[in-house]
Every structure is written in C-alpha cells, then in structure tokens.
Ligand binder design. Structure first.
Ligand SMILES: Cc1cc2nc3c(=O)[nH]c(=O)nc-3n(C[C@H](O)[C@H](O)[C@H](O)COP(=O)(O)OP(=O)(O)OC[C@H]3O[C@@H](n4cnc5c(N)ncnc54)[C@H](O)[C@@H]3O)c2cc1C
Ligand SMILES: Cc1cc2nc3c(=O)[nH]c(=O)nc-3n(C[C@H](O)[C@H](O)[C@H](O)COP(=O)(O)O)c2cc1C
Length: 749
C-alpha cells in the first residue's frame, strides 16, 4: 500500500511506524512543514492506563517513552493561601519534542520516509496514494478543503490561555488559583523532565483584557505571570515558545473519512488540555486505524470500521472534556464560596471520571478528611449530632428543611402510576410508596397529584380535589410515618396543555381517543400539532386554578404530608407560563421572564400562605427547554432566585419536556450541572435528579457541593430498597424494621 501522512505530529508519526511495522512492504511517506527539531510546546501528559495501550502496540517506542518519563502521583491545589494534596493519580509527563524525536527515530529505523519543511497546500501530488492521512493538526487545511464531506464543527471556547514553560520542576500536577485586581487566574502546571514544567495560564477574556494582555507581546505576558506567580515559581523563570494567547477550539466532525482520506488526531477531534488527553487520543487513533487496516482488505471498509470503533471512546472523552473546560470557565462560581476541601472535591470530580469511590482507592486519607468535613457541616446544618470518626458515608448524613429532618440525602422522585380512579390513590399507591419508604430513602415524594379533575394528565392520575382523596392519602402517609424513618411529600400540579392524554404505557402525551376534557394553558398552543388546542387562561381561570392549588394544599395538610412540592417543570400548566415557547401572551403575564413568573409566583405565595410555617416547600423546575428560543439555564437561575425570595426552601432541578421537539443531551448525571449552577448562583439548596444510579455518584455530588439532596426516579422503580442496598455496600449500619431483623445474618450473593 502507498500511504501518505500530511502532518508529522504524534498522530501521523505513530500511525506510520505502526503500519510499517505491521507490513514492511507498505510505502509510507510523512510530510511535515516544520523542521525535525522545531520545538513548539513543552510537555505532554499520559495517564498510566494510556501507557499500557502503547506498550501493547509497539514495545520499542513504549520502552523509549518510559525511559524519559517524569512520573508523579500527586495533585496539588493552591487555593486561598493553602495547598491541598491528593495522591494516587498516576500520571507521566514528557517533553513533546522528545516524544516526537522518539517517534521520528523509530519511523526511520523501520523505513518510513520523513520529509520535513514541506508545507502541503494541495493534495494533487498524492493522487496515486491508496490512503492519505489528514494528520495536519487542529487547524487542518484538509478538513477545511473537504468540509462538505467531513462536516466539521468548531466550538471556540471563551476563556483565554497561553502555553508557557517553567524552569521549576513541580513535584505534582499543580493547579493554582489566584486572584489579582483584574480577576481570577488558573494555572495548570506539570513537570515533563527533571528540571522543567509546562505552565498553562488561563483566565476569562474580561480579566485578560483588564490586565492589558490583549496588547501584550510574549515577553510582557511572561513578565506579568512571573510577577503574579512569584511565590509559586519560587524564584524560577517562565519561558516562551510561540506563547501566544489563544482560545481553545473543541473540534468535532460529522464524518472522519472521505474516499481514501482519513482524519486522525486533532484534525478529527480535540479534548481540552485540562484533561490532558490530546496526544493520547491522537496516538490511540493511530493504533485503531492501523488495526482496522489489517482487519479489512478494502481501505474504504477499514476507514468505516476505524470510525465506528473510535468514535464512541472519543465522544465519551469529549463529553468529559466539555464538563472539565466548563468548570474552568466558571471557576469564579466556586472560588470564594467553597471551603478549600470542597473546592478540591469539586475540581477533582469535575469531569465525573474521578469519583468519591475512586478517590478513596487512590487516597483514603484525603477522602476521610472530606467525609469528616462533610459530616461536620451536616451537623451544623441539621442541628443533629453526626459521628466524626469514622464519619458516615456522605449520603447518610442528615439534612434539615425548616422543622423537617431528613435522615439521609436520598429522595424518591415523584412518579405517576396512572393507576387511580377519579384521582383516588389505592392499594397500588400504598404498596408503591410504602415499600420505597421502608427501602430507606429519607424522603418519598408522591406522584404528580392534580388540583382538579380537569388538571389531570390522564384518567389514571391521582388528585387532591375531593374529600375521599384526603382519606386515601392519609392512609398512605400514616403507613409511612408508622413504619419507616422516611418523610413524605406531595407534588401538586395541573397538567395544562399536556392533559387529557393516555396512560404512559398506552402512548405518552398522546391525546385520549375519547372521553376528553377541555384544556387550559398560558397560551392557545397545542402540545403536538394534532393535540387538543388549549384555551389561553383569562383572569377568572387564573383565580380558579390558584384557589384549587390552595384547596389542595389545605387537604394535604389534613392528610398529614410533611412537605409540599409544586410542579413548575416539564411543560405542565405552571411551566407553560414560564417558558417563552409556550407563553406568547401580551398581557402582564407574558413577555419578560419577570412577567412570565408572575402567575406561578402568585400560586406559590397563595399556597405558602396556607402551608404550615414549620414545614418546607419545594418547587420542581425545568432548567432548560433544550430547544431554540426556550428557557435558558441563565433564566433558570432567575427563576430560582425569585423562588428563594418567596420562601421556597429547595428547588428540584430537572430539565425539558416543554416541547416535543426538544434536543436534550442525556448522559450520566446530565442534569446535575444545572443544579450546581442554581445552588451557587441563586443561593438556594437544590435537589438534583436525572440518571443518578450509584451511591458513588451521590457521594461525589454531595461532597463537591453540586446539590444537597439526590433524587432517583427509575433507580427506585428498579430497586425500592436502593438506599438499604447502598448502605450494605458501604458497610453502613442502617437499621432494618423489626419485622426484617433476620436479614442481619444474611449475605446477599
Ligand atoms: C495548551 C495545550 C496543552 C496541551 N497539553 C497536552 C497534554 O498535556 N497532553 C496531551 O496529550 N496533549 C496536550 N495537548 C494537545 C496535543 O498537543 C495535541 O492534541 C496533539 O499534539 C495532537 O496530535 P496531532 O498529531 O493530531 O497534531 P499535531 O501534534 O498538532 O501535529 C500536526 C502536524 O501537522 C503539521 N502540519 C499542519 N499542516 C500541515 C501542512 N499543510 N503540511 C505539512 N504539515 C502540516 C504541523 O506542523 C504538525 O506538526 C495540548 C495542547 C495545547 C494547545
Ligand atoms: C414512570 C415515571 C413517572 C414520572 N412521573 C413524574 C411525576 O409525577 N412528577 C415529576 O415531577 N416527574 C415525574 N417523572 C420524572 C422523574 O421524577 C425524574 O425527574 C426523571 O425520571 C429523571 O430521573 P431518573 O433518571 O432517576 O429516572 C416520572 C418519571 C417516570 C420514569
């Protein structure tokens, strides 16, 4: 095969040597515009796991790389005059130039032809090649030339960064956070040989401009940074090397191949330097492409297989990188409000790849101090004694909302059961909610319960609009109080334009075939084009619904509920006022966010006035509509602020379900970043919900301060005893009910 690599960076060189090694009859040419010894950049980082892949792919290069490592286990975090150290992380750094030297030498040894100082501007000269690699880096001209086939998307991130060197060999991967009069500065520094470190300086564009760095040359940048970080540099110098301030581009492509052309490395995808993985990705691409070409005779088939194999891993890493880069874009949110140890947890667990449990394996002492700190905070907040040594797992610490004490941080999410008749809950609801209360969660929120018959989603929804409902709910509440430690809340709602539809398993949000009832909403917009058109509410309708909420709240007091949640999410009636996609009113209830919040807040105030002072109220919101022109996360912060000012105690942060053509980005804990933002920016406690499946995720969320309570819906459908099982796995003694004490001697297998 004739193969040409345009670009002799880590991707192009590594691929060339692996292919030549696999079959020495291949003719392989690498064309590179720079000289062989041009030293752009300083060091690169690999994790221990990445190095194992290299060892398997080509032992010779691995041995050379391993000989030149600087290896370290610690991460040091400089924050507000303290240095916190977490150990056990296992990274290696090496000079980028040395890596390229090793790859170039190995290429030459195997017979790959390397042509330097040749900038390719046209692929015409390589028309005879069987395979052409676009290994030409982040600004790939090949990607741009064939843009209609590769369909690139480049997302330029807002922060400014510069890549510098330091003559100080930092003993650990070092993060420095430091404020100047201009703003907050972040440093990512790591050693790459015995005497040198990479030193990446990052800040917001506003701070960068205030510091005058938009007009600074490389020497002025260095002078500024050496002054600011004199203490952390301990008398050492910073070095430049084409050290220009840049914005980071996140590169993605719709396709990675076109005819015999293939994108590899940074040309195909980038991952932010804060997870240090660009070179790893480039070299792993090379391994996968080489293997695909050995498995398939036809180049075209091999390129399809390469993309199929690599894309999921790359996208997973890019998702982690996205969360990580956003953390660094938003560090101002955490810098100051967070105590050092929680700041460290927030930083270390930012991309979800490092968790409370992994950290415990890596550095048990560090996690012990985190748990002790968390327990002491829980003790202050709840005014209940919490053991300090050993501290309980974070999820088993108490939390107080007004006079209601929750014994742990796990909440059963409200989940419609579509099993009531004319709103009356029955034995199904008793067993469903009762077993989850016995299952150990601290708070069970009963399903969306409607304030009127016409306010129901489906004929099977529960209600709180007639006297029988109080009796039926009271039976459930009393069971929970008598037989578990759990508190029980009711979620009150009106379905609005999403009403008069079928039960979940008969077609969610699909109109009833018959027996429909009239609908109301903020505006006369149907949910689906074929759904019933709701009436836009007039003031009389508003008075009526507000009074129905008040009536239902009074009945909830009578039934003995401990807490009330109002449903302002998922496109139901009150949510329909908040979202600009469903509210196009021209009166004082439409237009600005303040206007759109007017009616939901009026309902909240009216309910709060009759709900007992000593008992808490929560509100569930959709923090984004996941749709063009819809509610944004910034708006959600405003919504939460108003709720706090009106006496709401905690916000449940959900998302979407406002419009059927939403484009949500799902994943593990996908709604938790919205909770994190609201908790800090609106200054209100939060419950996070959405794809929380493990106790490890719960402990990570809590200790990093991303929420106060963790809510599980499907997790609790799957396992009503989720909390008990989490306690067992963590060796925590959660007492069983007397009837079940025999379980103590039982070992599940
Ligand atoms: C600030 C910063 C810090 C980073 N830190 C790390 C880290 O710690 N760890 C890590 O793994 N990665 C890190 N990276 C990323 C890493 O440098 C890249 O991801 C990696 O080099 C990608 O390899 P590549 O071969 O795809 O691209 P490159 O290494 O960029 O190679 C592309 C090559 O193509 C050549 N070229 C381009 N156009 C032409 C042309 N027309 N003709 C001929 N030659 C051409 C270029 O000169 C270049 O040598 C960092 C990046 C930045 C910006
Ligand atoms: C069967 C079912 C019924 C639901 N009913 C409600 C509801 O009544 N009220 C509500 O706010 N959310 C409801 N939801 C949404 C969940 O409460 C939760 O927000 C969502 O499922 C995400 O959490 P999870 O990933 O843990 O399942 C329901 C979800 C499911 C699966």
């Amino acid at each position: 095969m004739k193969i040409v690599s345009i670009g002799g960076g880590s991707a192009g060189l590594y691929f060339a040597l692996l292919m030549k090694k696999a079959d020495p009859t291949h003719e392989i040419l690498v064309v590179e515009r720079n000289r062989p010894d041009d030293t752009f950049g300083f060091g690169v980082v690999f994790s221990d796991a990445t190095l194992e892949n290299f060892a398997e792919a080509d032992r010779e290069t691995y041995t050379e790389i391993a000989r030149n490592f600087a290896h370290w286990d610690d991460i040091d975090i400089h924050y507000q005059g303290q240095v916190l150290t977490s150990t056990g992380h296992g990274f290696s750094g090496m000079s980028r130039q040395l890596l390229l030297d090793i790859l170039q030498r190995r290429c030459t040894e195997l017979g790959v032809i390397l042509r330097f100082q040749d900038e390719v501007t046209d692929l015409g000269a390589y028309a005879g090649a069987d395979l052409v690699l676009a290994a030409d880096g982040v600004n790939s001209f090949i990607r741009s030339r064939y843009a209609e086939h590769f369909r690139p998307q480049v997302d330029w991130r807002p922060n400014k960064f510069v890549w510098l060197g330091a003559t100080f060999p930092y003993p650990a991967f070092t993060f420095v956070f430091k404020e100047s009069d201009h703003g907050l500065w972040r440093v990512h520094a790591y050693r790459y040989n015995a005497s040198m470190s990479t030193f990446i300086l990052e800040t917001t564009e506003a701070a960068w401009r205030r510091a005058g760095l938009d007009a600074a040359d490389e020497d002025q940048t260095i002078a500024f940074a050496e002054r600011l970080f004199a203490e952390e540099l301990q008398g050492h110098r910073l070095l430049k090397n084409r050290s220009l301030w840049r914005n980071f581009p996140t590169v993605k492509n719709g396709s990675w191949h076109h005819r015999n052309l293939v994108l590899i490395g940074d040309a195909a995808h980038t991952a932010h330097f804060s997870i240090g993985s660009g070179t790893k990705l480039a070299m792993e691409d090379a391994i996968a492409l080489c293997r695909a070409l050995q498995r398939h005779d036809e180049v075209k088939k091999a390129l399809v297989a390469y993309e199929e194999e690599r894309r999921p891993d790359v996208e997973r890493l890019q998702r982690a990188a996205q969360v990580s880069l956003e953390w660094f874009e938003q560090t101002e949110r955490y810098h100051g409000p967070l105590e050092p140890i929680q700041f460290a947890m927030s930083l270390l667990t930012r991309s979800l790849r490092v968790t409370h449990d992994n950290l415990k394996l890596r550095d048990p002492k560090f996690v012990e101090s985190v748990d002790r700190w968390f327990a002491s905070r829980a003790e202050q907040q709840s005014r209940v004694a919490v053991a300090a040594a050993p501290a309980p797992p974070p999820m088993f610490t108490p939390f107080r909302l007004r006079d209601v004490l929750l014994s742990n941080r796990i909440v059963v999410s409200p989940m419609c059961q579509y099993s009531a008749e004319d709103g009356t809950p029955n034995d199904w609801h008793l067993v469903n909610l009762g077993s989850r209360a016995v299952g150990g969660a601290a708070l069970v929120i009963a399903e969306m319960t409607d304030v009127s018959r016409e306010g129901r989603i489906s004929p099977g929804c529960t209600g709180m609009y007639k006297p029988e409902h109080v009796i039926a709910w009271k039976r459930i509440v009393e069971f929970v109080h008598a037989n578990s430690q759990a508190r029980i809340a009711l979620q009150l709602a009106h379905a609005g334009r999403k009403g008069s539809t079928r039960r979940l398993w008969e077609g969610i949000d699909e109109p009833l075939p018959d027996g429909n009832w009239p609908l109301i909403s903020a505006s006369a917009i149907p949910y689906h084009p074929y759904s019933q058109v709701p009436k836009a509410m007039d003031r009389r309708d508003m008075d009526m619904v507000r009074d129905q909420f008040v009536g239902a709240a009074r009945m909830a007091v009578e039934a003995g509920f401990d807490m009330l949640e109002l449903h302002f999410a998922h496109g139901y009636l009150l949510a329909s006022f908040i979202s600009p996609l469903t509210n196009i009113r021209t009166d004082e209830y439409g237009g600005s966010l303040a206007n759109r919040m007017r009616y939901p807040l009026e309902v909240f105030d009216a309910v709060r006035a009759v709900w007992p002072e000593r008992e808490p109220m929560s509100v569930k919101i959709s923090a984004t509509d996941w749709a063009e022109g819809g509610l944004s996360p910034e708006d959600a912060v405003g919504v939460a602020r108003w709720l706090r000012e009106h006496g709401c105690d905690i916000v449940t942060v959900s998302t979407g379900q406002t419009v059927p053509d939403q484009k949500p980005v799902y994943g593990r804990l996908y709604q938790t970043p919205f909770s994190d933002r609201i908790r800090y920016e609106a200054g209100i406690p939060t419950m996070t919900v959405g794809n929380i499946a493990s106790y490890d995720d719960v402990n990570s969320i809590l200790t990093a301060g991303r929420a106060d309570l963790c809510v599980l819906a499907r997790g609790h459908l799957f396992d009503p005893y989720w909390t008990r099982h989490a306690a067992y796995e963590q060796g925590y003694d959660l007492p069983w009910p007397d009837q079940y004490v025999s379980v103590k001697g039982f070992t599940p297998r």
